[in-house]
Design a protein around this ligand. Structure first.
Ligand code: NAD
Ligand code: DAU
Length: 373
């Protein structure tokens, strides 16, 4: 099937739509599922999630405990790279939102292969399933082809010394994680051009909030600070990230799903660019700790110095983020403080082995940091 998929029609993504959300037990995916079902507009959601170390069924407990939402929700444990599992679920969907990925840059430096399997082969399997459904639609065997949304990242642009990335900038990824995400995007674009699939891509900036696995900067430093454990700051801590609250990231994805033009990519920029040192200072204030906990440790190889995106394209379509970092960060710290069981569960399994491998030598070589410098 080739050709223009046409405008987005409500039958595909409006009230009552059947959505397949992959990676829906993770940090951003579970927030998206909670928002979609909380609209109570008849939308039905099936989550396909492999439940890797980062996936947690408890992230979906709120929807499963609500009878009206639970009736519109289904959970399937499985791998997006497994066509036997993924294709029948795509066949029942009006749209596919692919949130699933291996997501931690440091783990992609330790073990890149899983990133390629999910980020490239997994995306390919989903696109082939969508393509088969588009062919069925062209034959009149279903009402319309599914829309496909690929959740991507600002990391595909690579580090940005000056200015802000716009959607037409070249992709220049610099870590195995970012390279896998860029490869996934290129496949999605190719399936739009070659097979006429109705695809959209979102590129979100650094996201924070409740339910984020504690391997990432903000939840790691929050939970370590609350426990009085060292905070391993990479290098000089002057790397810059643009912070986006998870509720905004999920809302931006939902907006692009419903309003994005086929074949287009959209930046979802947080609009809060801060050096890591400033984020750490605010986390210390929110947890009641001081700089004596912070250690400067050997840097991440290939560490991108700065990410920054221009959110004007999505703003022109009618969407901007709503939660400020001043409100979102203390609320996030409070959530981790109040969810010790969730944190303990996330820091179980392979956590100690991962932590020793990632931070053992680094912390041994670490030095105190002068927080006033
Ligand atoms: P996460 O690590 O919290 O969750 C990923 C989820 O995907 C987990 O539930 C995991 O079990 C599932 N998963 C992994 N491999 C799978 C597979 N092969 N099949 C099915 N499920 C699989 O990730 P997150 O931080 O919520 O990120 C979600 C998406 O957003 C990713 O695509 C990521 O690249 C992108 N993103 C994240 C951020 C961020 O700051 N967290 C920013 C921009 C973009
Ligand atoms: O920019 C979007 C990306 O943000 C997403 O695509 C990724 O999935 C997500 O993991 C995140 O990537 P980062 O590498 O920017 O996030 P992380 O939380 O790992 O690191 C944020 C910054 O903090 C970065 O400059 C590295 C630094 N850092 C991180 C950790 C875990 C430290 O100094 N010490 C640490 O222990």
């Amino acid at each position: 099937m080739t050709g223009d998929p046409g405008p987005v029609d409500p039958g595909r993504v409006g009230p009552g739509a059947r959505l397949l959300v992959t990676g829906g037990a993770g940090f951003i995916g579970s927030e998206l599922v909670r928002q979609l079902l909380a609209r109570r507009d008849g939308t039905r959601v099936t989550v396909l999630d492999k439940l890797t170390y980062a996936g947690n069924r408890a992230n979906l407990a709120a929807v499963e405990a609500d009878p009206e939402q639970a009736a519109r929700f289904a959970f399937v444990q499985g791998d997006i790279a497994d066509a036997a599992v993924a294709a029948p679920l795509v066949a029942e969907a009006d749209a596919v939102v692919n949130v699933a990925a291996e997501t931690h840059v440091d783990r992609s430096i330790l073990d890149p292969e899983a990133f390629l399997r999910t980020g490239v082969i997994g995306v390919h399997v989903l696109l082939e399933a969508v393509r088969a459904e588009a062919d069925r639609a062209a034959r009149g065997e279903r009402a319309h082809a599914p829309r496909y949304l690929q959740v991507s990242t600002d990391e595909v642009y690579g580090e940005v010394a000056e200015g802000r990335s716009v959607e037409t900038d070249p992709l220049a990824p610099r870590s195995p994680y970012a390279a896998a995400k860029a490869a996934g995007e290129l496949l999605v674009h190719a399936y739009h051009v070659t097979f006429g699939l109705d695809v959209v891509i979102t590129r979100g900036s650094n996201t924070y909030g409740p339910h984020q696995h504690p391997e990432k900067l903000i939840p790691l430093f929050t939970t370590n600070a609350l426990a009085g454990e060292p905070l391993p700051m990479y290098g000089d801590g002057m790397q810059v990230r643009d912070w986006l609250h998870v509720s905004d990231h999920a809302a931006g994805i939902d907006f692009v799903l419903r309003h994005g033009a086929a074949g287009e990519a959209y930046n979802i920029a947080g609009g809060t660019e801060l050096p890591n040192r400033e984020v750490i200072a605010r986390l210390l204030a929110a947890t009641g700790r001081d700089w004596s906990l912070v250690r400067t440790v050997p840097d991440r190889p290939g560490h991108d110095r700065r990410y920054a995106m221009d959110g004007a394209k999505l703003a022109a379509l009618g969407w901007t983020p709503a939660t400020s970092f001043e409100v979102g960060l203390p609320a996030t710290v409070a959530w981790y403080r109040e969810h010790a069981d969730w944190v303990a569960s996330a820091k179980s399994g392979d956590w100690d082995a991962y932590y020793a491998r990632q931070y053992g030598d680094r912390l041994a070589a670490g030095r105190a940091v002068d927080g006033t410098a």
